[in-house]
Design a protein around this ligand. Structure first.
Ligand SMILES: [Zn+2]
Length: 201
């Protein structure tokens, strides 16, 4: 996802360079005057406060009984990735706040359901992998959240790029578990074939 965040900029009164409103000058280090406000940053932070409040009010819906699949995790991620840029365009819009909060709660509820099934047989290995992938996706949101509340472009870029890296690695546990399962299936049949070949009439 390409995250583009607006930061109000201003000319530094000390060196004439460009600095971000309410942040120190990157050229000369001059600090922003007290009380200076960057309305884009303030608005995103206000929006995030509303998202947090909405998340705490939304109850994870535990009605679904089926075990979440890797596709369910992908659907959760896509919903979050769609909700973030919309939120950025109008961070305090009720609709955007509700959708972003809803997308995060959906991911949490998928992870909750997987954790509740953690010890059930069969498929423990794959379930542990899905839980780990779900946790990584939650971490993706935390990192984007940090990017959205950042004071400066550099801070925002750092968090957004860590979010991207985490997203890239989120599927690895499931992939490894799938490969292991495929391997154990092959070994299982090989063993049976071997037994069949050796059994005398
Ligand atoms: Zn300066």
């Amino acid at each position: 996802m390409k995250l583009s965040l607006d930061f109000q900029k201003i000319e530094c009164s000390k060196c004439g360079g460009v600095r971000i409103l309410a942040s120190p000058c990157p050229e000369c280090g001059a600090r922003a005057p007290k009380g200076e406000v960057n309305r884009f940053v303030v608005s995103r932070r206000e929006g995030l406060r509303l998202v947090d409040a909405a998340i705490s009010k939304l109850e994870a819906h535990g009605k679904e009984r089926d075990e979440p699949t890797p596709d369910d995790l992908i659907a959760c991620l896509l919903r979050i990735l769609e909700a973030i840029p919309t939120f950025v365009r109008a961070p305090t819009s009720d609709e955007n706040v509700t959708e972003l909060a809803g997308s995060i709660v959906e991911l949490q509820s998928v992870r909750d359901r997987l954790e509740a099934m953690a010890g059930l047989r069969p498929g423990i290995g794959m379930r542990v992998a899905k839980i780990e992938s779900a946790r990584r996706l939650e971490r993706v949101w935390e990192l984007y959240r940090t990017a959205l509340s950042a004071d400066t472009i550099v801070e925002a870029q750092t968090s957004a790029s860590r979010a991207q890296d985490t997203m890239d690695s989120a599927g690895e546990p499931i992939q490894s578990a799938a490969e292991l399962r495929a391997l154990s299936d092959i070994l299982g049949t090989t063993e049976r074939r071997f037994q069949n070949a050796c059994s005398l009439p």
